[in-house]
Structures are given as C-alpha cells and as structure tokens.
Write a protein that binds this ligand. Structure first.
Ligand code: NAD
Ligand code: ISE
Length: 334
C-alpha cells in the first residue's frame, strides 16, 4: 500500500522532501501540499503533479492524506503538529518541534493523552552514517568513557530572517539533540560564550556563539555555532574518550591536484551534506508507519532539545551557567 503524504511548507526543504518522496523513497507518494507563498506552492504543485490546498489545516484533515510532513517556518510547527494529533495522523515535523519548551510540552501532553505515538521530529543527523558510526564506537567501549566533545556547526551565510536566538534554537539544536543521542544521557547545565563579533554578520546578529554543555555524568561539550563561515557548510565533531579519540568524517570528495595546487570541494549547505541522512530518515519513517508506528526522534526528544535551547539562550542573556531542568518524563515515552 502506498502512503499518501501531505506536505506543509514548500520552501527550501519542503520542496526537497517532495522531490525525495517522489524520486527516491518507496512506498509513499505526495498527494497534497500547501504554503502561504501561493505562487511558489503552485509552481511546486505543477512540477510534481500534487494537489494544492489553501491552508495547512486543509492538508491535515483531507481524507486523501494518510500522513503529514511539516516544513514551514519554525513558529508554525507546534500548531500544525497539535492539529495532526487531533486528526490522529502521523506527522514528521522538521526541527524544532516548537519554538519553546512550553509549546513542546503541550505537544507531549496532547500526544500522551491520545495514547498513540504519532509524532517524529526531523533530527536527521541520527541517520547520518558518520554519526551512527561514532555511536557504535562509543557503545563498544573501545575508547573508554567519553570525557569531552568538541564540535563546529558552520553555516556559509544565514537567511535574512536569522536572529541571534535562532543560532541556538534553529541551528545549534542539531548538536543539542545529536550529542544527547550519542552520549545516551541528558544535560546538567549550559552556558554560552560570545566570540569576537564577525563584522560581516547581518545587522544586529551576534555571531559566532560557543555553546558549552555539561552532561549529567560530567562530559564537557563545546560547540562553535557560526552562521557566517563564508567558506562553506562545515560540520565537525570530535569525541575524546579515556582511551582514544574519534572524529566525524568529512563527506567524501575528490582531491584535485592542478597547477601546483591540491584542493577539494567544501559543500555549501545542509541539503548536500546530509542528503543521504534525509533519505534514510524518510524511508525509515515511511516503513515504520506501515509497521508499528514511528521509532525515530519523538516529541519527548523535541521537548528536551527545546528546554536545552531555551536554557542556553537564558544563560547567554544573563551571562551565567544555568541548570537544565526537565519536567518528569511521562511513562508513555519511557
Ligand atoms: P523556507 O523559508 O525556505 O521555507 C519555509 C516555507 O514555509 C516558506 O515557503 C513559507 O512560505 C512557508 N510557510 C510559512 N508559514 C506557513 C504556513 N502557516 N503554512 C504554510 N506554509 C508556511 O525555510 P526552510 O529552510 O525550507 O525551512 C523550513 C523548516 O525546515 C524550518 O522549520 C527549518 O528549521 C527546517 N529545516 C530543517 C533542516 C534540517 O536539516 N533538518 C534544514 C533546513 C530547514
Ligand atoms: C537549518 O534550518 C538546518 O536545520 C540545518 O541543518 C542547519 O545546519 C542550519 O543551521 C539551519 O538553519
């Protein structure tokens, strides 16, 4: 049986997900889409032969739609996810699940009250080959207990709407989730340091930032979140263990030697860097829905990431180290 998918938001990643669901993923097809940018949505609708709906709500409630992908702007996610829960439809919501811990907790409570796991969050790095290998090595015990983690999340240039808070809740949130997943534990406290200001940053954008996290067992983490590398999209992660060090590989690229120079390409954005991870994420999501329900990052993971991001933003503003405090985890998610 082919799952019929509705997509809300046909901007950069929404269109890319429609392409992937159409050309790469098996067992599903996109039948409905919506975007407040009607002109672009109609272009995408024509390109992929998908029915256009005036609102995301109509996509969610359409009897022709079995499951929904949310790829609209961050502040719209929570309302659409809550509507999917009401309509009892599976939903893959791009990160972040909501723009605050409070919004995410509303989702956690609504989903738990409905008694069925319907929500998956688009933390696609969990499907990246490199991160999966890091996790395998950590869990094998080969490098002993992890002690420290050093990361970089460098974007070439930010979008025009990017704010100083979004550096943490839209970009750094990937590290917040992936490191919790890699280390298998929650965070104890967080702090943010501001580096010397990059004068090329958008007016008012404080950039770059350094997120500092400490896990419950004492692992120390530093993450450079840099929105203006200018040279490319560059994701680095090094884990220092008791007996060895492991590092995320760069994507394979050809070394070119020419005219007395050696060079290799550096990718420019997430759509290329994580293309395989998104493909695996989507194929597994479709397969899981057909089996017993989604098994990827859930609403609780979205909530924990949001609490951590909110706390880091508070710590940055107050220039303090803040404790990261979670509500008790509902048994539904254990
Ligand atoms: P974008 O601005 O290119 O696209 C977002 C689209 O949402 C726009 O076309 C906009 O018109 C539409 N939209 C806004 N409000 C809407 C509403 N109420 N109903 C329907 N459509 C609406 O942004 P993007 O880069 O494609 O990002 C979209 C989302 O995907 C964001 O939440 C972002 O955090 C997430 N994202 C995730 C990854 C990842 O690596 N997982 C990468 C990029 C973006
Ligand atoms: C974007 O929304 C993503 O999720 C990308 O993966 C991330 O690297 C980028 O910084 C975000 O803006």
């Amino acid at each position: 049986m082919e799952l019929r998918i509705g997509v809300i938001g046909t901007g950069a990643i929404g269109e890319d997900h429609i392409r992937r669901l159409t050309d790469t993923i098996t067992g599903a097809r996109v039948v409905a889409l919506s975007d407040i940018n009607k002109e672009n949505a109609l272009r995408v609708s024509k390109k992929y032969n998908v029915t256009f709906y005036e609102t995301g709500y109509e996509v969610i409630w359409s009897p022709d739609v079995d499951a929904v992908v949310i790829a609209s702007w961050d502040p719209t996610h929570a309302e659409f996810v809550l509507e999917c829960i009401k309509a009892k439809k599976y939903v893959l919501c791009e990160k972040p699940l909501g723009i605050s811990a409070e919004e995410c907790m509303t989702i956690v409570k609504a989903e738990a009250a409905g008694g069925k796991k319907l929500v998956q969050v688009g933390f696609m790095r969990r499907y990246d080959k490199g991160y999966r290998k890091l996790k395998e090595i950590i869990e094998s015990g080969e490098i002993g207990e992890p002690l420290m983690v050093h990361c970089c999340h460098r974007n070439r240039i930010p979008g025009p709407q990017h704010t100083t808070d979004m550096t943490i809740k839209n970009s750094g949130i990937h590290e917040i989730d992936i490191l919790r997943w890699l280390l298998g534990e929650d965070y104890e406290s967080g702090q943010v340091l501001m580096a010397k200001q990059n004068q090329n940053a958008l007016d008012g954008l404080k950039d770059p930032q350094i997120m500092l996290l400490k896990t419950k067992s004492g692992v120390r983490i530093d993450v450079e979140v840099n929105m203006n590398s200018h040279y490319g999209y560059d994701i680095q992660c090094e884990i220092v263990g008791e007996k060895g060090v492991i590092r995320l590989p760069d994507p394979t690229s050809i070394l070119k030697k020419k005219s007395g120079m050696g060079s290799h390409e550096i990718l420019s954005d997430w759509s290329q860097r994580f293309v395989e991870a998104y493909d695996v994420e989507f194929q597994q999501w479709i397969n899981s829905i057909k089996e017993s329900g989604p098994v990827g990052p859930n609403s609780w993971d979205g909530y924990v990431a949001a609490v951590t991001a909110d706390t880091l933003i508070k710590a940055r503003k107050l220039e303090t180290i803040e404790p990261i405090i979670l509500e008790p985890q509902p048994a539904f998610y254990c």
